[in-house]
Design a protein around this ligand. Structure first.
Ligand code: ZN
Length: 367
């Protein structure tokens, strides 16, 4: 779509607070309208203007204002597809509150397939930014002012770095009850309780009292159907939890997430070629073999073993390793039965739910 479109005709829902217009990037979106805002970011050296595309879906009734953003790291593209599918849902016609969808935050990194901006800074270490700082700091500040500052909640979509794949997981500061509510509602088996990294979007949003969860799944520069589906379904569950979307007609399935408080990267004990023998999402015990690393002649072979009981939530998919490279990310836990239950209940490949996300099945799955 381009321009503004009406999402719902007629009066606002009775008994709901009256919705006001919302202005993003100087564009005013009236209640019951859906609009694309091209937020000016900077000019390229070619004189071409660069903008950040935002779609605002502004319900007729007032309610939570949720931003969902992706590609803060320009090469983490799974979330872009999650947002494309989310925006196709016809249930958004009955949205309460506001959805601010930003599929590509780091527009400059995205076009150059890079995690970073052209000034080689990491956007997710540059919040809250400054209008007089580096290019990255300026972009961070625009996002804070125009998106985070207009929202009550947020979901930030990421993947592993290049050649690193993450098992679908949610991260957030669970010491904050509202963040915990979002993290549990998302419904993936692993939830990691993490503090704030300095300069991250999560930290800057928390300072403005906007709870944000991060969904991490898949690998940079790749689409992963299971991770995309789990992402769409997770966001819909959060929106239902916030009563932005009508509740599911189907009986509620119990989804228990495993809350992880500590994790550890297992590093290569020597340089060589890694033959990984443990799949992402596997449950492992201390001392279990994760893979072997050896030279091209099959000599000097060393085993790589798990230092703790846990779940493999991240893995390096590149077999070429230098000594010290991070190979496997283990989420530590005690209590293997809880883990087994939460992993068993997770069916990322499963069909979309009847009645809401089922309409997305017209799209052939990405294989
Ligand atoms: Zn990232």
């Amino acid at each position: 779509m381009s321009g503004t479109e009406t999402i719902a005709k007629g009066a606002q829902q009775p008994g709901r607070p009256r919705q006001q217009a919302i202005a993003i990037g100087g564009i005013e979106v009236a209640p019951g309208k859906r609009a694309v805002v091209d937020l000016p970011v900077t000019d390229l050296s070619t004189h071409t203007p660069m903008t950040m595309p935002i779609q605002v879906v502004h319900g007729r009734s007032a309610g939570p204002r949720l931003f969902v953003c992706a590609a803060l790291h320009g090469d983490e593209i799974n979330g872009v597809e999650v947002i494309r599918r989310l925006l196709r849902l016809s249930a958004l016609k009955r949205l309460r509150g506001t959805l601010i969808a930003v599929p590509i935050v780091n527009v400059l990194g995205f076009v150059s397939q890079s995690r970073y901006l052209p000034d080689r800074r990491d956007l997710n270490r540059s919040f809250p930014g400054s209008p007089r700082g580096s290019l990255t700091a300026r972009l961070a500040r625009i996002f804070i002012d125009e998106v985070v500052g207009k929202s009550t909640h947020g979901i930030d979509l990421h993947t592993g770095a290049i050649h690193r794949e993450n098992f679908p997981q949610v991260r957030g500061n669970l010491d904050d009850p509202e963040t915990e509510r979002l993290a549990r509602a998302f419904g993936v088996p692993v939830v990691i309780n993490t503090g704030f990294r300095q300069g991250s979007l999560r930290e800057a949003a928390a300072q403005r009292a906007v709870p944000v969860i991060v969904y991490e799944a898949g690998e940079a520069l790749r689409f992963d159907e299971a991770c995309i589906r789990a992402g769409v379904k997770g966001i819909v569950r959060v929106m239902r939890q916030l009563e932005m979307l009508p509740p599911s007609q189907r009986p509620k399935k119990e989804r228990r997430s495993l809350i992880i408080r500590s994790s550890k990267w297992v590093r290569a004990p020597q340089s060589g070629l890694l033959r990984s023998t443990t799949a992402l999402g596997s449950q492992v015990q201390q001392g279990d073999l994760l893979g072997v690393i050896g030279d091209p002649f099959g000599e000097k072979v060393m085993e790589v073993c798990s230092p703790a009981d846990g779940v493999v939530i991240g893995r390096c998919n590149l077999p070429l390793a230098h000594e010290g490279d991070a190979l496997f990310h283990i989420a530590r836990h005690e209590g293997t039965q809880v883990v087994a239950r939460s992993l068993d209940a997770f069916e990322p490949e499963a069909e979309y739910e009847v009645g809401l996300t089922s309409e997305l099945t017209d799209d052939p799955p990405i294989v």
